[in-house]
Structure formats: C-alpha cells, structure tokens
Design a protein around this ligand. Structure first.
Ligand code: M6R
Length: 611
C-alpha cells in the first residue's frame, strides 16, 4: 500500500510553494507507507523530481520539497512491494525523456512482460519497480504520435493488477492524468484548484468536496475542469460530489473510529493485493527448497505463530510433508534436531520481532536454509533469509494484527497448494478448483464483514461484562480459536483461552458455569459430530454457546447454540481466512463497549524488539 497525491491550481490561487502543499498532503497519507517518498513538479517548462529513501519529514528537509514552485505536481509515500526501499525505487518514476512523471499505488502483475517488451524497444529503466513501466509505456505511445490522454489510456489498458495512478507531463503542463482499478483514488474539488489522492485526508485542508472514483475510471483534471471516462464514455460526475464533514483526525482513519476497524475492513483489498502480487515462479522456488529439505520447521510469535499453525496443518494435510511448528522464543526445543538439510519458515509481519530473529539466526548457525514471510520489504528477517515472500497488506497501525494475519495465511495457502500439486498430492483439477476458490475468498470476507458486523455488535454487549471466555475448535479450527482468543484478550482485556475442543473435558470444563461463554470454530465436516458432542456438554452446564459453522450446518447448530455465525460453504482448507474475521470484529466491538482503545492496548507494542 502507498499513498499518492496530485495538485493542479490557478497561479493566483496558489499562495505558497506547491512542494510544501504536496509535502503536507503526503504527511496525511503517511499511514499508507513510510519507507520512501518523493515529489515531481513542473517548474517553468522543466520537470523537477525530488525523491529518496526515508521518512517524508527528513526527505522534505534534505531535498527542500518546500522550495519547489509551480502550479502542478504529484507526490508519493511508499510502502515497498516491488524493489526494496531505495532512492531509485522511490516514486515518482519518469520516462527516458524526463518529461513524464508517474506515481502509483497498487501492483502491476504483468510488469515483467511489459518491461521486457519496452527494453527491447530501447527504453532504459532506472528502478526495480513495477510502476516505472507506466511512464515508459506512455512515452512509447507518444512516440507513435498519439495525443497525451490517448497515450495514457492506451498505456493503462495494457496494465494488469491493481492501480491508482497520477501522471503529469511537460507536454500538457496544466493537467493531472489519473486512473483507478481496485486501489482507492479520490478527486478533491476546489475552486480554481483540483487534487487527486489515495484518501480523503490528503485533500481536506484544501477542499471538503470530493468525488470517490470507481473501478475502471480514467481521466484528467485541470484547475477548472474534471473529465472522467469509463469504458470510453464520458461519466457525468456532478451528482457524485460529496461534502465531507469529518475532522482531519477522523479522516486519517478513513472515517473509521479506529485503525483496527479500518484494517479489518481493508482485508478484502489486502487479500486481493497479496494474491495478485504472488509470483508463482518464486513460490516454486520456495517449494523446491521445502521439497529438498529433510525437515521443515515453522516459527513466529503471537499472531504470526498462529499463521504458522495454520500452515503446518495445510502442509501436512495437503502436501504430506513433515513439519514442526514452534513459538519463536522457544526455538531451543528443536535446535538440536536442525541441520544443513533442513528449512525454517519464519513468519513475521514486521520482520523485526527479536524472538523470531533469534530463532532465524540460531537455525542459520546449524546450516538451515530460511524462508521468510513478511509484510515489510527489506526488514531484518527477510534480509537475513534465503528467500523472502512478502504479503501486501500495507502498513498495519493498530497493535492487534488483523489484515497481516489473513494475508500471511493467503501466502502460506498458496505455498501449500503449489507444493501439494508438485508432489502429486493434488490432481490438476483439484488444484485448479482450490486455487480458483481461493481467489473468491476476498469477496467472501467482504460479505462476512457486511453480514456479521451487526451481529458482533449485539454479541459484544453480552461479552463485555464477562471475565472468561473459551474458544474451542478441532483441526484447522484450533489455530483460529487461538487467534480469536488472543484478539479478545489483548484488546478487550477479557481472559480468553483456546483449546482443542477434545481437551475441554480434560480440565478446562471445570470452570464452566451458567452463562460462561464458549465459542466453537467448526470448519471441517470430519469434526462436526464430535463438536456437536462438545456443545452438548457445555449446554448441560448452562454455558452460553456461540458457533461459527458452514452454511450447511446452520440449522443443526442453530438448534443447539445460543448464537450462530453462518460461514460460507467452501473447502475447509480455505476457511481459516473467513473464519477469523467475525472473531476480530467481536474482539473489536467488545473492546469499544468496555471503553478501551483497541488501537493501543495497555502494556503492548506493535513490534517486540527486546527478548
Ligand atoms: O511482527 P510480527 O508478526 O513478528 O509480530 C509478532 C507478534 O508480536 C504479533 O503477531 C502480536 O502477537 C500481535 N500484535 C497480536 O495481535
């Protein structure tokens, strides 16, 4: 995830250097990415680009953003996906002639093909990014004699993936060209001034009138004009101008009261970006390493450990490999077993968690090869690993991990499926079916949020006064129960424990009395009868039972439980992602009803860098 902005204004409207305006807009988008930043402005007839690795404030000082003058400019704050954070990879990117500058948020999934095609025509690339192809594509169509907007449209039509783009060029210096597919983009509608931006907070200082662009829309703005097309036809946008009444603080959370809620709602997009950003050639490399290993270890801390438990289940069940998963700080448990024939998969959203890093370093001394799964490009753990696979969830600000958990599972599911296919454990038709169901998961998550958030709010009223909750599951339902319990514990401060449901009779049930909440995660047909038995045992002790069950079992569980969440009837091996979503929402709403701040739970830090 990145933040983009563009501004074009009449010269008598603009009362300060445009570079300073762009810098302030970018600061409001910094939550979308902060590893590098840059601006491009047309000064007189010249395109001036200032960009680099680092935080906006430091770069603005070093590169003198505030002393850049003009009436049109664009800016970018980056969250690296393709290419590590560096001066070259920072946006804006320019074409060979230095007259076109582009900023982009999203992932161009066919960029390698486009880059090879353009290089064969003589274009010279300066960065490793997917974005740079856009500038060269436009240049290429201009070379063929097309007017700028036509060249821009032709270029955008060649792109696959997700994008919000803003482009300026000295050839038409009073315009910003834009396009949107999946990644968000809004237009700020001022008098004698127009802005384009990834999010509303960036424009609010200059106008409170915005148009939220829709997928497939493309066009340009001048200080006094807005032109939008969809499928080649002009769009009548006048009825779509919204007046924003939020405060600036609310706006930086996209209108959500907390980052955590925003990040839960961002999961469909984070999943689309992660799934579309996966390079199958890299996954095959990962599979080759796993295939050649004697033993596979998986490690992580907290939520990342839970993603590891899901991966263990999938790798064993789908691909039939031998896996040992351990909590990172307990790495010594398996260290003596590890040798140079083994592989360690280290999962860490931040890539900096000290316990996971220590495990990585210790296993490396034994000769193990390391595969990192991380959300932060070029962070320490991926840097010290043999292969790094990145999730593309964008920055997570809330302390509780939400979208980074589901995107970790998305990556680990793809690895398990590809490995299972390569090992002949899945037939091609089974593999294709599961892969295509996986692509549907982001949409399912969207529906689950819509359907179940109101129910979570009702249930939160019941939970808010409780002191203990059990989360019970079987099979793949166990790590989901563990993650659900962790969420409630860390942000609502309610004691929550997870167990394999079969364990409940071996001790935990002793605590159960009237009204004790017990949440069941039911993913797999195989365990339905056993879980029905566990629910009955809890009911016999007057527990308050809540179950997440596939649609086909709603009637069955509806008769037994006090509260049922209907979940999609998809293959249970793809269910961990959808199943965690209601549990995240439940924890969030319980926290809020208890008057707590879910974004900053007491005693916790987003990244734990001390042992
Ligand atoms: O950055 P990491 O994934 O390595 O962080 C590991 C844990 O500290 C983290 O998952 C923590 O448990 C979550 N914030 C809980 O929501």
């Amino acid at each position: 995830m990145c933040g983009i902005v563009g501004i074009v204004a009449l010269s008598d409207i603009i009362r300060e250097p445009i570079g300073r305006i762009i810098r302030r807009c970018l600061e409001r988008l910094e939550y979308r990415g902060y590893d590098s930043a840059g601006i491009a402005v047309i000064e007189g007839s010249k395109l001036v680009v200032k960009k680099g690795k680092g935080k906006i404030q430091e770069l603005a000082k070093k590169l003198e953003f505030d002393h850049t003058h003009g009436i049109v400019g664009i800016g970018h704050t980056r969250w690296a996906t393709h290419g590590k954070p560096s001066d070259e990879n920072a946006h804006p990117h320019v074409d060979c002639t230095g007259t076109i500058a582009v900023v982009h948020n999203g992932i161009i999934s066919n960029y390698l093909e486009l880059r090879h095609e353009l290089e064969s025509k003589g274009h010279v690339f300066k960065s490793e990014t997917d974005t740079e192809v856009i500038a060269h594509l436009v240049e290429e169509y201009l070379r063929q004699g097309l007017p700028v907007f036509e060249a821009f449209k032709r270029a955008v039509a060649r792109l696959e993936g997700t994008y919000a783009i803003a482009m300026i060029t000295t050839l038409e210096p009073g315009k910003i060209f834009f396009a949107r597919l999946t990644s968000p983009l809004v237009i700020g509608v001022g008098d004698g001034l127009k802005l384009v931006a990834s999010d509303i907070p960036a424009v609010l200082e200059y106008t409170n009138r915005v148009i939220v662009l829709r997928d497939g829309e493309i066009g340009y703005v001048t200080p006094t004009e807005i032109y939008i097309e969809h499928n080649g036809k002009p769009v009548d946008w006048k009825q779509r101008v919204r007046v924003i009444t939020w405060s600036l603080d609310m706006a930086s959370k996209g209108g959500y009261p907390h980052f955590m809620l925003k990040e839960i709602h961002e999961q469909p997009l984070a999943l689309v970006n992660t799934l579309s950003g996966i390079e199958i050639s890299q996954i095959k490399e990962v599979c080759k390493l796993i295939e050649s290993a004697d033993r596979i270890f998986i490690t992580g801390a907290g939520t990342s450990y839970h993603a590891g438990l899901v991966a263990e289940y999938l790798l064993v069940e789908l691909a039939g490999v031998d896996v040992h998963t351990f909590i990172a700080s307990e790495y010594r448990k398996f260290l003596n077993l590890a040798d140079d024939g083994d592989v360690l998969i280290a999962i860490s959203q931040s890539g900096e968690t000290i316990d996971t890093l220590m495990a990585v370093r210790a296993f490396k001394t034994r000769g193990c090869r390391i595969i990192a799964i991380s959300n932060v490009v070029d962070s320490t753990i991926p840097r010290e690993s043999d292969i790094a696979v990145y999730t593309r969830a964008g920055p997570e600000i809330g302390v509780a991990a939400t979208k980074t958990f589901t995107t970790q599972i998305a990556v680990l599911t793809v690895i398990s499926l590809v490995l299972a296919r390569e090992r002949g454990m899945l037939r091609p038709d089974e593999y294709n079916f599961l892969m295509s169901q996986l692509q549907e998961v982001p949409k399912l998550v969207e529906t689950i949020i819509r359907m179940h958030e109101p129910k979570c709010q009702v249930l939160a009223k019941y939970l808010k006064d409780k002191t203990n909750v059990y989360y019970l599951g079987r099979g793949l339902g166990v790590p989901i129960a563990m993650e659900g319990a962790l969420k409630l514990k860390e942000i609502a401060y309610i004691h929550a424990e997870a167990y394999p449901a079969g364990e409940s009779k071996h001790g935990p049930i002793a605590l159960v009395e009237t009204g004790y909440p017990v949440v069941f995660t039911v993913l797999d047909d195989y365990y339905v009868d056993a879980i029905v038995g566990n629910v009955m045992e809890m009911k016999a002790r007057d527990a308050f039972t809540i179950a997440l069950v596939p649609r086909k079992y709603v009637t069955k569980f509806g008769k037994l439980c006090d509260f049922v969440f209907e979940m999609p009837n998809i293959d249970y091996r793809l269910s961990p992602i959808p199943y965690i979503v209601p549990l995240q929402l439940l924890a969030y709403h319980t926290s809020v009803l208890r008057g707590l701040d879910p974004d900053k739970p007491r005693n916790l830090a987003k990244t734990v860098t001390v042992e």
